[in-house]
Ligand binder design. Structure first.
Ligand SMILES: C[S@@+](CC[C@H](N)C(=O)[O-])C[C@H]1O[C@@H](n2cnc3c(N)ncnc32)[C@H](O)[C@@H]1O
Length: 198
C-alpha cells in the first residue's frame, strides 16, 4: 500500500519506504495518521551523510537509484506534520542545515554530554523520536538509556534497523517495547517502539 507518508519518502529520497528499501512508512502511517495535527515536536538522530554532500544538497544516489535531498527524512516529517517543529541531530557537521520548521544540531549519540546538550536545545517535550543513526545495537541501547529518561512521559521513541532485537528488549526492560518485524526483505527491516511504562 502506498501511503501519503510513502509518497513523501519517495519525494525526498529517504529509504524508509518499501518502494526504496525499508518497510517503515506504511507502519508509521498507521501509527501516526490520527496525530498529524497534534504532533508538535519531532526529533530524529541521523540526518544522512554522503561523501561530497557539502557541495550538493540534492543528488542522484546510484545505489538506491533515487534522487536524495539532504535531510530527506526531516523534510518528510515536516510535510507530514503541519504543526510540528522538526529537529535533526548528527555527528557529521556537514549534514547540518536549517530550513522552514527544521533545525539541526551536532550530537554524537555515543556521548552522554552531547545527548544532554541536545535536549537542552530541543526541550524535553518531544512527541516523536526516531533513532536512525548508527544502527549498532550497543549504540541504540546507549542512546535509549540516556535519552529516554530526559523525554516526556508520552513520547513515542522509535529505534529503526534493529539487527539484534533480543539485546535491545533485554536492555530496555524498564520500558514497554513493541517490536515490529516486516516480511523478510532485509535482516534489519525491523523497528522497536519504546514507551515509558504507565
Ligand atoms: C541512515 S543515515 C540517516 C538517514 C536519514 N534519517 C534519512 O532517512 O534520510 C545515518 C546517519 O547517522 C549518522 N550517524 C552515524 N553515527 C552517528 C553517531 N554516533 N551520532 C550521531 N549520528 C550518527 C550518520 O552521519 C548519518 O548521517
Amino acid at each position: 500500500m502506498v501511503t501519503p507518508l510513502c509518497k513523501l519518502a519517495l519525494k525526498y529520497g529517504t529509504d524508509k519506504c518499501p518502494q526504496l528499501k525499508h518497510s517503515y512508512t506504511p507502519f508509521y502511517y498507521q501509527l501516526l495518521k490520527d496525530k498529524r495535527r497534534e504532533i508538535k515536536k519531532v526529533l530524529e538522530m541521523g540526518i544522512g551523510f554522503f561523501p561530497g554532500m557539502p557541495e550538493k544538497k540534492v543528488f542522484f544516489d546510484p545505489g538506491l537509484k533515487r534522487t536524495y535531498h539532504m535531510g530527506a527524512s526531516l523534510y518528510m516529517w515536516r510535510d507530514f506534520f503541519p504543526n510540528a517543529q522538526i529537529f535533526g541531530a548528527d555527528d557529521h557537521p556537514e549534514t547540518l542545515f536549517e530550513d522552514n520548521r527544521i533545525q539541526t544540531f551536532l550530537c554524537d549519540e555515543t556521548k552522554k554530554e552531547d545527548i544532554v546538550e541536545l535536549v537542552k536545545k530541543t526541550g524535553t517535550d518531544i512527541d516523536l523520536f526516531i533513532d536512525d543513526a548508527n544502527h549498532n545495537s550497543r549504540k541504540q541501547i546507549f542512546l535509549a538509556k540516556n535519552l529516554m529518561p530526559l523525554l516526556k512521559k508520552d513520547v513515542i521513541y522509535i529505534i529503526e534497523d534493529v539487527y539484534y532485537p533480543d539485546n535491545i528488549l533485554n536492555a530496555l526492560s524498564e520500558y514497554d517495547c513493541q517490536i515490529s518485524q516486516f516480511p523478510p526483505k532485509l535482516q534489519e527491516d525491523r523497528l522497536i517502539v519504546v514507551r515509558h511504562k504507565r
